[in-house]
Design a binder for this molecule. Structure first.
Ligand code: ZZB
Length: 259
């Protein structure tokens, strides 16, 4: 699976970021780096998710940029030549817990809404992508359901309701599910919570298939084109703009995960 790793620039730290982290950053730019298989949906980013209990770090991507991701992803990127450092070399500047960065304001690349917040998601896997997930609740059932859970119980999730206030944004339309596939599927499959992992996996599969084979873009430079055509074009634009990099999972890990 070839992911696109997209850079979400930190605009303002949330209330719980430690002074140790802030000091380590100094004047550098920090990017939360999210791995996606759906670059064509980036217009519809409404927030970003991290696992509150997961361990992340700030890694030196270049002289001026620190990237926030998991140790595992930093190692993979170092071997894929993503960083300015020599192949295989990566330097962690400071450790960060997911919970610390909840409420941090970031800029989602190509997002219709230019400022969104970092929120907690229970099911973020440390073993996949970068451990940072960008949220597109129009087309990702997991994102939709989690956002609705957070809105229902902001106190329980210890978030400021304003962080979850951006509504899903339509990015594509399909004959079966209209222009808000995730909401439609969550309703049809009666998905009640982000913990309904079995139904969510089924909804994801259905949304992927229908979006890819029958979807037509409703926003952006490729509006009116099929999703299949638009996907590589939007991806290339992200890469050209320096807002994304290719990211691949090592084969052995992909196999052990699906086994
Ligand atoms: C934006 C997006 C928009 C995504 C969408 C999906 C959809 P897969 O197919 O199971 O490999 N993701 C990335 N990393 C993680 C992680 N560590 N833990 C949990 N989820 C993660 O899933 C790949 C997708 O899972 C990625 O693509 C990312 O969300 C999320 F409209 O990015 B996606 C129907 C799905 N729609």
């Amino acid at each position: 699976q070839e992911y696109t790793a997209v850079k979400m620039k930190v605009l303002e730290w949330g209330p719980d970021v430690s002074s140790e982290v802030k000091q380590a950053v100094g004047g550098k730019t920090v990017q939360l780096v999210a791995a996606t298989l759906r670059p064509e949906t980036m217009y519809g980013q409404t927030n970003c998710f991290v696992g509150p209990n997961l361990d992340y770090g700030l890694y030196e991507a270049s002289d001026s940029e620190l990237w926030l991701l998991t140790d595992r992803a930093a190692r993979n990127m170092a071997y894929q030549g993503t960083f300015a450092s020599p192949e295989g070399v990566f330097k962690k500047v400071v450790s960060v817990k997911g919970a610390e960065i909840i409420g941090t304001k970031v800029n989602p690349p190509f997002g219709v809404v230019p400022e969104v917040y970092v929120l907690p998601m229970e099911g973020v896997l440390a073993t996949k992508g970068t451990g940072v997930v960008t949220s597109v609740p129009s087309d990702s059932p997991d994102d939709y359901r989690t956002l609705m859970d957070l809105r229902k119980k902001p106190e329980m999730y210890k978030i400021d309701p304003k962080w979850a206030s951006v509504d899903p944004i339509s990015v594509l339309s399909t004959p079966k599910y209209g222009d808000m596939a995730a909401e439609k599927l969550c309703t049809e499959l009666k998905i009640q919570s982000q913990r309904d992992v079995k139904q969510l996996a089924e909804a994801k599969e259905l949304a992927y298939k229908e979006g890819f084979y029958s979807g037509v873009m409703t926003v952006g430079d490729f509006k009116g084109e099929s999703v299949q055509d638009a996907k590589p074009k939007v991806r290339q634009q992200l890469l050209d703009a320096g807002l994304g990099v290719p990211y691949a999972e090592p084969e052995s890990e992909v196999i052990s995960r699906s086994a």
